[in-house]
Design a protein around this ligand. Structure first.
Ligand code: 3PG
Ligand code: MG
Length: 399
C-alpha cells in the first residue's frame, strides 16, 4: 500500500490531489450549523497541511449525514468548510456542488497550496449506488479533478462507495496518515492483544454489534455491555425492562451469547430509569432487575459504573465502542463519564472506537491524551474487528 509519504516523496508541487476525508461531524441539536465536535476535521488536518505546504492543489471530498442522492441543504458541508478554514489558518474554498459547474470552475482556479472542499458527496446518487456502472460514472467525474488520490477517511473505509472504492481504481492512490495509524492500532488489538483484554460495548442496538460480539467473545476476558443494547440482554436474563429500548427478536440470541460467554459478559446491576426520553424527565436509580413498567432506562447506574470500573482497571488491552447512556442529556451522562474515566486510568493500551464514543470523550471534557488511541471510525473499526474486508482498504492495497 502506497502512503502519503510516498506521494510527498514523488513531489506534489502544482499537482492536483484529491483527498477523501471523513468530515461527517456532529452538529448541536438546537443549533443546526454549529459543529459540536470537530475531532474528525482536526484528525485529517496533518494530511491537508502536508500536501498544502508541499505546494499541491488540494481538493477535499467528504460525505455528511445520509442525504438521499440529491442536494439537501440540511446536509451541506458549508459549515465544515468554514471550520476547516479556521483550522488551516487560511480560508478553504467551498464548491456549492460536488462535480458540477461550481466545482469545476473552482477546481480549475485552484492555485498551489490552496484547499478546496467539494459539496457533500452523497448529494450525488452515484456515490452510494449499488450499481457498479453508476458508481463508476460518478467516480470518473471525481477522478477527472486530480492526478493523485489520498484516502484519509478512515470512518468510511467500510463503505463500498464511489469516492472510497472506485476512485482509487482510477488514480494513483495513497493511504493518508490517519488511515495508516488507525489500521496499525486495530491490527495490534486484533493480532496480539496483551491480556487481560476487556471490551466495553454500548450504543442502542444489539443487532448492530452482534457480529463484533461473536468475533470478540472467544478473545476477551470480559465484555461489559451498557447503553440501550443492555436491555435486550437484561430481558434475556429474565428481567422486565419497562419501556426501555428492546429488540424483541434478539432476546434469544442474547440468551445464547450469555450462555456461551460463561460469565464473561457483564451487565449493569442498576440503571437510571426515567419517565420519558427527555432531559427534564423524572428519573430514579433502580436495580437492573426492577425497572418499573412505566419507565425507561437511559443510563447505567453508579453501582454498575463501579462494577465496570473494577473490570476495566485490570485490563492490559481495552476496546470501547458506544456510550453507556444518553450522554448528550446531562442527567444521563454519568455512566459514560464514569466508564470513560476508568478507562483513562488503566495501565495498558486503550482504544476508543468510534464516532459517538470519541465525541463523548471530547464533549464530556475528558483528557484525550489519557487514551491510547481515539478512532475516528465507529462502523469501520467494528468491521475491522469483525474480520471483514474493508472495501476502502482493499482498494488502497490494489496496485
Ligand atoms: C460514520 O459516521 O460512521 C462515518 O462517517 C460513516 O458514515 P455512514 O455510516 O453514514 O456511512
Ligand atoms: Mg455511523
Amino acid at each position: 500500500m502506497k502512503t502519503l509519504d510516498d506521494l510527498l516523496g514523488e513531489g506534489v508541487s502544482g499537482r492536483r490531489v484529491l483527498v477523501r476525508a471523513d468530515l461527517n461531524v456532529p452538529f448541536e441539536k438546537n443549533n443546526p450549523g454549529v459543529i459540536s465536535d470537530d475531532g474528525r476535521i482536526r484528525a485529517v488536518l496533518p494530511t491537508l497541511v502536508a500536501l498544502r505546504d508541499a505546494g499541491a492543489r488540494v481538493l477535499v471530498c467528504s460525505h455528511l449525514g445520509r442525504p438521499k442522492g440529491a442536494p439537501d441543504p440540511k446536509f451541506t458541508l458549508a459549515p465544515v468548510a468554514a471550520r476547516l478554514g479556521e483550522l488551516l489558518g487560511a480560508p478553504a474554498v467551498f464548491a456549492a456542488d460536488t462535480v458540477g459547474p461550481d466545482a469545476q470552475a473552482k477546481a480549475a482556479a485552484l492555485t498551489e497550496g490552496q484547499v478546496l472542499l467539494l459539496e457533500n458527496l452523497r448529494f450525488n446518487a452515484g456515490e452510494t449506488s449499488k450499481d457498479d456502472a453508476e458508481r463508476g460514472g460518478f467516480a470518473d467525474q471525481l477522478a477527472a479533478f486530480a492526478d493523485a488520490y489520498v484516502d484519509d477517511a478512515f470512518g468510511a473505509v467500510h463503505r463500498k462507495h464511489a469516492s472510497v472504492y472506485d476512485v482509487p481504481a482510477r488514480l494513483p492512490h495513497y493511504a493518508g496518515g490517519l488511515v495508516l495509524r488507525e489500521l496499525e492500532v486495530l491490527k495490534k488489538v486484533t493480532d496480539s492483544p496483551e491480556q487481560p483484554y476487556v471490551v466495553v460495548l454500548g450504543g442502542s442496538k444489539v443487532s448492530d454489534k452482534l457480529a463484533v460480539i461473536q468475533a470478540l467473545l472467544p478473545k476477551v476476558d470480559k465484555l461489559l455491555v451498557g447503553g440501550g443494547m443492555c436491555f435486550t440482554f437484561l430481558k434475556a436474563q429474565g428481567h422486565e425492562v419497562g419501556n426501555s429500548l428492546l429488540e424483541a427478536d434478539m432476546v434469544q440470541t442474547c440468551a445464547d451469547l450469555l450462555e456461551q460467554a460463561k460469565g464473561r459478559i457483564v451487565l449493569p446491576v442498576d440503571v437510571v430509569a426515567a419517565t420519558e426520553f427527555s432531559a427534564d424527565a423524572d428519573h430514579v436509580t433502580v436495580s437492573a432487575s426492577q425497572i418499573p413498567a412505566d419507565r425507561l432506562g437511559l443510563d447505567i447506574g453508579p453501582e454498575s459504573v463501579a462494577l465496570f470500573a473494577e473490570a476495566i482497571g485490570g485490563a492490559k488491552t481495552l476496546f470501547w465502542n458506544g456510550p453507556m447512556g444518553v450522554f448528550e442529556l446531562a442527567p444521563f451522562a454519568a455512566g459514560t463519564r464514569g466508564v470513560a474515566e476508568a478507562i483513562t486510568k488503566i495501565d495498558g493500551f486503550s482504544v476508543v472506537g468510534g464516532g459517538d464514543s470519541a465525541a463523548a470523550v471530547r464533549t464530556l471534557g475528558l483528557d484525550e491524551t489519557a487514551f491510547g488511541h481515539i478512532s475516528t471510525g465507529g462502523g469501520a473499526s467494528l468491521e475491522y474487528l469483525e474480520g471483514k474486508t474493508l472495501p476502502g482498504v482493499a482498494a488502497l492495497e490494489a496496485s
